[in-house]
Design a protein around this ligand. Structure first.
Ligand SMILES: Cc1ncc(COP(=O)(O)O)c(C=O)c1O
Length: 239
């Protein structure tokens, strides 16, 4: 609520048109078609780093408090808001963990940003295949034994990147996978882009961060904050 409150306060106090980005000037400069579809109101709070709204590159005030609150809610040590979506978080994690020619275990259902991360890092993928669920005609998530087998076959793997849940909502059993990776001291990164609400109800699947001993992973808000394309990256440990 820190950000929402600050936006409301800013709106109440500042009645002048700002000549900063974004160029629509709080909705005054909108193309007619956008105004017709979306209305003007939402653009009143589409603001950049104006005074009172903190700066995401070096948050000191409301964004810092908001990130700290997010870390608490998600039981993380740290939380960082991302711009450029979950893709930027995934690529940042890959650049942190991998260098050229490092082997990385990746599930076949990975998002395209993981492929971009491979190109940017020069790391070599070892794929773990997702099976098919015939009765539903959708892809299965990975299973712990397949992960163990791949890690046994490739003891030089430097990190494991999984996507949980799949696009269709099929989850995998993170706890045993986490144990397998931990025993080998290999960081397990879980792209939970579609699991952002899991922390909020006991009947939902358990988020990776609550499944113990996970050295580091990304957890990204997708369904929650769509318009701003803002996402989270939360970390249990920083490498
Ligand atoms: C599983 C998964 N990971 C990552 C992403 C990347 O998200 P963004 O578009 O915010 O970069 C998506 C987007 O659809 C996704 O579905």
């Amino acid at each position: 609520m820190y950000l929402i409150d600050a936006l409301k306060k800013f709106q109440r106090k500042n009645r002048n048109i700002l000549f900063t980005t974004p160029g629509h000037c709080q909705g005054e400069n909108l193309p007619t078609i956008l105004r017709e579809i979306l209305g003007k109101k939402i653009f009143k709070i589409d603001l950049s780093e104006v005074i009172g709204l903190d700066n995401i590159r070096c948050p000191e005030n409301i964004l810092l408090k908001s990130q700290e609150a997010a870390a608490k809610i998600y039981a993380a040590k740290k939380s960082f808001y991302l711009y450029n979506g979950s893709s930027s978080g995934i690529i940042a994690l890959m650049l942190t963990l991998l260098k050229k020619n490092d082997k990385v275990l990746i599930s076949r259902n990975a998002h395209i940003s993981v492929i971009n991360g491979l190109i940017l890092t020069g790391a070599m993928p070892v794929w773990v295949q997702n099976n098919w669920i015939d009765s539903w005609n959708i892809v299965e998530n990975v299973n712990p034994e397949d992960i163990r087998k791949k890690l046994d076959e490739n003891p030089d793997i430097k990190a494991v990147f999984l996507t949980n849940p799949t696009y269709e909502g099929v989850i995998c059993d993170i706890e045993p996978i986490s144990r397998i990776c931990n025993a080998r001291k290999i960081p397990l990164v879980v792209d939970e882009a579609h699991g952002a609400l899991w922390n909020f109800h006991e009947k939902l699947p358990k988020p990776a961060i609550l499944q113990n001993a996970m050295p580091l992973f990304s957890h990204c808000i997708k369904p929650v904050i769509l318009l701003l394309k803002a996402r989270f990256c939360i970390c249990q440990k920083i490498l």
